[in-house]
Design a protein around this ligand. Structure first.
Ligand SMILES: [Zn+2]
Length: 83
């Protein structure tokens, strides 16, 4: 029995290249703070935290960088295929 590819599988977007991944990672900064809920030390990315002990999260606007837009999401429904 041969295995067929899923007919709806789209080719990987160009953003999923090693160079694109390295560029993305270079823009990320691991930061650490004290949980405001329970005092545990929590680490996050770019100033955004979620405590694994008590569930506290800081508000999104406290992050050090703007969040990406919906259009930046590779799965954004408005994205044209093949572009
Ligand atoms: Zn906590």
């Amino acid at each position: 029995m041969t295995r067929k590819k899923h007919p709806k599988a789209a080719p990987a977007p160009r953003t999923r290249t090693p160079a694109a991944a390295a560029g993305f990672l270079a823009a990320q900064e691991i930061t650490t703070t004290e949980c405001r809920g329970c005092g545990s030390q929590v680490s996050g990315v770019n100033g955004r935290y979620a405590c694994g002990v008590c569930g506290w999260t800081n508000p999104w606007h406290e992050g050090h960088q703007d969040l990406p837009t919906a259009e930046a999401d590779p799965d954004w429904p408005g994205r044209k295929r093949g572009s």
